[in-house]
Design a protein around this ligand. Structure first.
Ligand code: F6R
Length: 608
């Protein structure tokens, strides 16, 4: 949520700030702003409501050749999206950009009664607080920032510049990521390493409670208690191609179509199809520790939660002595839930920064439970705080709607389950069948993505005017249906909900009428016949149905059928989910909406 950039060096600061903000725009896109300082500290502050393009229009009339500056793209928390509420916020000579939430901003504001606040934001309060300690440059900027942060409750990633110190930027973090790019005669700042690509591959990831003073050729990091920190410079693994559209109209379509390759990356070096085994080194659990596991707790939000749910259906099939509990992080963090002995918690997050998931991780660790991350973003906070983990390695996901991460999260968790089963000595062909299917999955995905898009597009065009949809499935198709409904609602704004087919008669069947269409995920399997009866019940009440199935002789008189490649069976719901992803994409295009940046949302939910 929200994006921060900063620059100090020899090049044009405005150019870097704007290009960096564009890279981070998917993180928040209701307003944006930059400030740059010339050598004497004269500031040029530009802010605009809406997209970065609006800011660029303003910039065209205010070009400066300044070499230091900070910028921000906003996802509103306090105060509506407007130019006045946009960052950077100014207080005296201080300029501040901020990600996160200052929870005690009202109390702090009450103490700052001399200051004339312009905005409704919590960030302006922090700017005024820093300014009150700065006293027009009487004290070093870093000292003023530290004094202020010591009074703050909440989360922050900040960058601060001062008209009186145009040779330094002060940055700090607590709960909201910040990375410092180490260049030649330049130092860069961003809340996400993707903004640094093309400028430097060398980065320092700040930890919570650290403050850095950066100059063109200097980086000095300390804790809030003034203890020096020796920074580790790391290589940024992402490349530029991974964050560009690569010929697709939208990132969403690119990321859906990338799944054969992204899943291959998840499996690389971890699956031995010949022997029917998997090997995960990252969780750092010995065979003895794996053998002792009796309970798996899976924690995530949104799509990551759905991935956990789907994985749980598989894991409980081959690890019979293990109970699997899947929880929504925003709920779980405030519950007084008992975690049984011999538990391991899987912490699932694409971004590795989701505030609620991170809070659960910290809470669970406090209880002495072993944590394993299922994370995509390398070096992210969750990845660094878990006891061990398995990166899904799908590369950057830029579109706000998560797609390729889901598929890989499910399989990474299934592989973790298989690792437990192997350690427990589960014998027979069952594990082998799973492993073989996992190894074949990238090709099966490729085949579906080569064959279904035209049909899905036609069906999307036909259904684009509906405002209501119901996704239905049983067994493993049920969590996949939940994910399908989430995808459709978040990008196309169609009111979509998912139900376990068996639940229909308990209420939702009353909804079926001409305002709704139903998407049914219908895999072959033990519950197939029961699901077919459920379909008949809906048809008898005038349902308008799209059935996605791998059963070639399915012949009920439904309006649309999408037949998918039947070469994998256990993971057919994952293939069906590709259809749901494409349906959401094409419906959104047909409805003329912003595919990659749906209204009110942002990638990476770093506030509660
Ligand atoms: C939906 C979506 C969200 C995320 C959720 C968790 O398409 O993207 O529901 O899945 O915000 O995000 P991560 O995985 O980054 O923790």
């Amino acid at each position: 949520m929200c994006g921060i950039v900063g620059y100090i060096g020899e090049k044009n600061a405005q150019n870097f700030l704007i290009s960096g903000l564009k890279r981070l725009e998917y993180r928040g896109y209701d307003s944006a702003g930059i400030v740059t300082l010339d050598e004497k500290g004269k500031a040029t502050l530009l802010r605009a409501k809406g997209k970065i393009a609006n800011l660029e229009e303003k910039l065209a009339k205010a070009k400066r050749d300044d070499h230091i500056g900070i910028g921000h793209t906003r996802w509103a928390t306090h105060g509506e999206p407007s130019e006045t509420n946009a960052h950077p916020h100014k207080a005296g000579p201080i300029y501040l950009v901020h990600n996160g939430i200052i929870e005690n901003y009202k109390e702090l504001k009450a103490e700052l009664s001399d200051f004339e606040f312009q905005s409704e934001t919590d960030t302006e309060v922090l700017a005024a607080l820093i300014n009150s300690f700065y006293q027009d440059g009487k004290y070093p900027l870093a000292n003023a920032v530290v004094q202020a942060l010591k009074l703050v409750k909440g989360t922050y990633g900040i960058a601060v510049a001062s008209e009186f110190a145009p040779e330094e930027i002060v940055v700090a973090r607590s709960g909201s990521p910040l990375v410092i790019g180490v260049g030649h005669d330049e130092t860069l700042v961003a809340s996400d390493a993707s903004a640094l690509l093309g400028h430097t591959k060398r980065a320092i990831y700040l930890n919570d409670g650290e403050v850095a003073v950066i100059g063109k050729n200097s980086i000095e990091i300390k804790t809030l208690n003034a203890e020096p920190v020796s920074a580790k410079v790391e290589e940024i693994e992402t490349n530029l191609a991974a964050i560009q559209k690569g010929g697709y109209d939208h990132f969403l379509l690119k990321e859906i179509m990338e799944q054969p390759e992204s899943l291959t990356e998840t499996l690389r070096g971890r699956v031995n199809a010949k022997e029917g085994t998997v090997h995960l080194g990252g969780p750092r659990l010995s065979v003895e520790e794996l053998r002792k596991i009796r309970h798996l707790l899976i924690v995530g939000c949104g799509t990551a939660y759905h991935a956990g749910l789907l994985a749980s259906y598989y894991i409980e099939q081959f690890t019979p002595e293990v109970t699997v509990e899947v929880v929504i992080a925003s709920e779980y963090r405030y519950r007084s839930a008992y975690i049984p002995e011999d538990s391991v918690a899987l912490i699932v997050s694409q971004s590795g920064e989701t505030a609620d998931t991170l809070a659960c991780l910290r809470e669970i660790k406090k209880q002495g439970v072993r944590t394993v991350g299922i994370v995509n973003a390398i070096g992210s906070t969750i990845a660094r705080e878990v006891d061990g983990g398995t990166y899904v390695h799908v590369g950057p996901e830029i579109s706000v709607a998560s797609t390729k991460a889901f598929t890989s999260q499910v399989i990474a968790m299934v592989m973790f389950g298989l690792t437990i089963a192997q350690a427990k000595g589960v014998k027979g062909t069952m594990l082998r069948l799973y492993v073989e299917e996992i190894a074949r999955l990238p090709e099966a995905i490729r085949s579906v993505l080569e064959t279904v898009p035209k049909t899905v597009k036609r069906i999307a065009e036909k259904h684009a005017k509906y405002e209501h949809a119901i996704y239905l499935g049983r067994d493993t198709a049920y969590p996949a249906a939940m994910e399908g409904a989430l995808k459709l609602k978040e990008v196309s704004y169609v009111d979509a909900n998912a139900y376990a087919f068996g639940e229909l008669k308990h209420g939702p069947l009353a909804l079926i009428d001409d305002r709704f269409f139903e998407v049914v995920l219908l895999p072959k399997g033990v519950l197939y016949e029961k699901a077919v009866s459920n379909i008949e019940e809906v048809l008898a009440r005038g349902g308008h149905m799209v059935v996605v199935t791998n059963v070639t002789d399915f012949d009920l008189p439904v309006e649309d059928v999408i037949l998918i490649d039947a070469k994998v069976e256990k993971f057919a719901p994952l293939l069906m989910n590709l259809v749901s992803q494409l349906l959401a994409y094409y419906m959104t295009v047909c409805r003329g909406l912003n595919v990659d940046q749906p209204r009110n949302l942002a990638k990476s939910v770093t506030v509660e």
